[in-house]
Design a protein. Structure first.
Length: 110
């Protein structure tokens, strides 16, 4: 069985968000764009699609900012969560919108 997994990467040197398009998983990951491969091999920041969309149907990725909270991967329970909120991400996604991300818009969290 194959499923689609999406990633994006923040290229800190170029100050540029690079989308991967689709990565197919069947035991191995295949990257679809050379720029994306370069970005993650350079030790930049990799962010995974959470599988959720905000109230405007925009995809929510790790590192996105919803309201005044950011999305992060919580290792202890292996899920995406909102830092600084008592809401679960899936609940916030219904009412909030992505207003930026922690790399391009860090001032939104201040």
């Amino acid at each position: 069985m194959t499923r689609e997994i999406k990633f994006r990467a923040w290229d800190a040197n170029k100050k540029l968000m690079v989308n991967s398009g689709v990565v197919l998983y069947d035991g191995k990951a295949y990257l679809s764009y050379r720029d994306f491969e370069d970005a993650i091999q350079s030790g930049n920041y990799l962010m995974q699609f959470t599988g959720l969309k905000d109230k405007n149907e925009k995809e929510i990725y790790e590192g996105d900012i919803l309201g005044d909270c950011d999305v992060y991967w919580y290792d202890k329970i292996a899920t995406f969560e909102l830092r600084g909120s008592s809401l679960r991400l899936w609940a916030a996604a219904r009412t909030e919108e992505v207003i930026g991300n922690i790399y391009e818009n860090p001032s939104l969290l201040q």
